[in-house]
Structures are given as C-alpha cells and as structure tokens.
Design a protein around this ligand. Structure first.
Ligand SMILES: Cc1cc2nc3c(=O)[nH]c(=O)nc-3n(C[C@H](O)[C@H](O)[C@H](O)COP(=O)(O)OP(=O)(O)OC[C@H]3O[C@@H](n4cnc5c(N)ncnc54)[C@H](O)[C@@H]3O)c2cc1C
Length: 363
C-alpha cells in the first residue's frame, strides 16, 4: 500500500467503503475529499433506520429519511450492488465489478433486505401504511426495539385498533435494563396493547390468509395483519469464503482491535453493527465508530505512527425508544425515564434533522 499526501491528484489513496448505512454513509461523506472514495451498497439510497416505524404510519415522513447516496456523496463513486467477496486488495460485487483498494472499511451492519430503488422503498411504506389503516387488529411478532416502537406508533395514531405483541423472551426490550422494560410494559397496558411474553409465532407458517395465528403456548390470536420485527443476523455472509473468513467470530461479527481495524489487518477497518465491539448495537455508536476510523485513516494516510491512532472504547447501554409521537422510554446513565420528557428528545423529529445535517444536507 502506498502512503503519501492526501488529495494530491492521481496519487490519491483508494478507499472502498462497503455498506452505505449509518456508519458507512457518514464515513464515506467525511472521506470523499481526502481519498478516492468508492461506496458499494445494494441500495441507491441511505435510509435513516430510526425513522422507519413512523414512516409505516406516515409514509410522507420518508421524504427526508430516504436520502439518495448521490445527494451527500458529491465527490465519490457509487456502485449500486452487493459486495460478494474480497481478496487482499479488491472487493468483488454481484454485478461483476472488481474494485481495488488501499484502505477498506466494512460497514454491512445487519442482513436487512430492502429494495434497490428509493421509489420502491417509498412504495413499501405506502403499502404498510395502507395495511395498518385498513386493519382493525395488528399482530407484531417481536418485542425488541422495533416491535415496541411500531406498537407505540400504531397505538398512538390509531387508539381504536387492537395491537398484540408476541415476544419470545421473558420481558420486552431485553437489550436494556429491567426497569425500562417494566415501564414500557405498563405503558403498553395503558394503551390497551396486549403483550404475550415467553411465546413465539412460527414464522414459517404465518400468513394473513385467515387472520388466525397460533402461538407456541397454544394461544389463538386473531389479527387482520401482522408485522415481523425480529432481529436479523449480521450482514457478513459475503465474507464467509473470503480472506477475512478467520476474522469472523461465531456470531458472524468481524473481530476488531482497539483502533477498529479488522484483526491482523493494517488497512481494513470495520464499523457499526458488523463489529464484535462488546456494546449494544446502536446507530449513534456506529456513528462514533465511523468518527474514530475517519480520524485513524486520516492519520495513517499522512504516515502517522500506529501509537498515535485513536482508540475506541465500548459504551455502556443507553437508548431512547419512541412510544408514539410525543412519548419515549429512555435508559440513560442517570437512570430510566418514560413519558413526555424523554419524548422531547426524540419522538417528534426522530433525529432526522440532526442526521441529515451530519451528512451535510439541510435539515
Ligand atoms: C427500525 C430500527 C430502528 C432503530 N432505531 C435506532 C435508534 O433510535 N437509535 C439508534 O442509535 N439506533 C437505532 N437502530 C439501530 C441502528 O439502526 C443500527 O445500529 C445502525 O443502523 C447500524 O449501522 P451500520 O452502519 O452498522 O449498519 P446499517 O445502518 O444497517 O447499514 C448497513 C449497510 O450495509 C449494506 N449492505 C449489507 N450487505 C452488503 C453487501 N454485501 N454489500 C454492500 N452493502 C451491503 C446495507 O444495504 C446497508 O446500507 C434502529 C434499527 C432499526 C432496524
């Protein structure tokens, strides 16, 4: 790999970023005038994930939360395809591209499948919103953050609809503390959302055909429609046969060092949910990873010594989950809170303006 000055015409360093989600989009934007940046993503747009559940009840919300990569990457090459493997110095894509890198950042998060075009994604939200609107009852499978936020949106916008959450664990929101989960359960009860814990619905057998769903405990739920809100595996299957296959842990996460470099690699970094950093997988942390890696790559590109690199320290659990348009439940270092106070922090705009600003766009 060549070192040398940043931004000096033909000798610019080639940086490939795989994954245009929370961490990859921000990182590519920050590096686009420092290196020759190529972003590889199967979608033509960046989606602000925390706007997703509001968009399901209010599709027009997506106008600001689905952002074409070309809108914030004005000085980078964008390849709309999935990466399928890597070699020592190239990323290979599903469409047959071989993209050479000096530095590589892997930011493929979790394995969500969303449409390639922004218009198709907008159409999906329209359909979901119609589905909710025309249903008297809704089943939500999964009581983690996504299921809870979706239930909150529906319960607040459509208080007359019957909402049921079926969750396989012993409490809602297992990724944060007991107290926050208990307060959330009470909130759900106050909105007449039925919560069935320690039960599952067989995902392979469900269809909306007759509107009847059986849980693993034998309970019968009738609902006009359902949404599956269960966790997804890390987006690393494309690395399983690659030169990085030994850098994946048993959960499919990439093992990184304190500088967020993939184990044993001096020029390959990983950021966001794909990493094995021992902390809850959150967008604001993915963003912090990206900031550290931007700093480190800039230093390395200037020829700095490894001892000068910034270290990333795993964060303790902190989260704010919306409960409809005004309220939220928060787990903060000072304790847990529920109601309009934490809601003031997030629930109206869902940090969409802030996220757009971070990408250099108007809010
Ligand atoms: C509904 C929802 C709500 C959330 N709310 C919050 C919240 O309020 N606050 C918070 O902090 N966090 C929240 N999160 C979590 C947060 O979104 C994730 O932690 C964050 O998105 C992780 O960022 P990332 O860049 O690692 O991955 P992602 O943002 O998931 O991005 C991964 C990118 O990689 C791309 N990709 C995948 N495979 C390939 C491949 N083979 N080749 C090329 N590209 C590929 C994908 O298309 C995607 O663009 C929420 C998550 C969801 C799903």
């Amino acid at each position: 790999m060549e070192g040398g000055a940043e931004g000096d015409g033909n000798s610019k360093i080639k940086l490939v970023v795989v994954g245009g989600g929370v961490a990859g989009a921000f990182l590519a934007k920050e590096m686009q005038f420092v290196a020759d940046v190529v972003l590889i993503d199967p979608k033509e747009y960046y989606e602000i994930p925390w706007a997703e559940l509001r968009s399901m009840v209010e599709p027009s919300f997506t106008k600001r939360s689905l952002i074409k990569h070309m809108d914030y990457l004005t000085n980078a090459r964008i390849i709309t395809s999935s990466a399928v493997s890597i070699t020592e110095n190239q990323v290979l894509t599903a469409d047959g591209d071989s993209v050479t890198f000096d530095y590589l950042v892997i930011a493929t998060g979790h394995a969500y499948s969303t449409p390639r075009s922004r218009d198709s994604r907008l159409e999906q939200f329209e359909q979901d919103s119609q589905k909710i609107k025309s249903s008297k009852s809704v089943l939500i499978v999964g009581g983690g953050p996504t299921g809870v936020e979706l239930a909150g949106e529906i319960a607040v916008d459509y208080p007359e609809k019957k909402v049921t959450i079926v969750h396989k664990g012993p409490r809602l929101l297992e990724f944060i503390g007991d107290k926050a989960a208990k307060k959330t359960l009470d909130w759900m009860k106050s909105k007449k959302v039925e919560v069935l814990l320690n039960q599952t619905v067989d995902l392979n057998s469900i269809s909306e055909g007759d509107g009847v769903y059986m849980t693993s405990a034998g309970e019968k739920i009738t609902a006009d429609c359902h949404f599956v809100c269960v966790g997804k595996p890390p987006g690393s299957s494309w690395l399983q046969e690659s030169v990085l296959k030994d850098c994946l842990n048993k959960n499919g996460q990439l093992i990184v060092d304190e500088y967020l470099r993939v184990r044993g690699r001096s020029n390959i970094f990983a950021v966001g949910d794909i990493t094995d950093v021992p902390e809850i997988k959150q967008g604001f942390l993915a963003n912090k990873h990206a900031m550290v890696v931007v700093k480190n790559m800039k230093m390395l590109m200037k020829g700095a010594d490894e001892s000068k690199l910034a270290k990333y320290k795993a964060s303790s659990a902190m989260a704010i989950l919306t409960l409809g348009r005004k309220e939220a439940v928060a787990q903060l270092p000072i304790g847990t809170m529920i109601g309009w106070l934490p809601g003031l922090l997030k629930s109206k705009d869902l940090f969409v303006g802030k996220t757009r600003k971070a990408l250099g766009l108007n809010s």
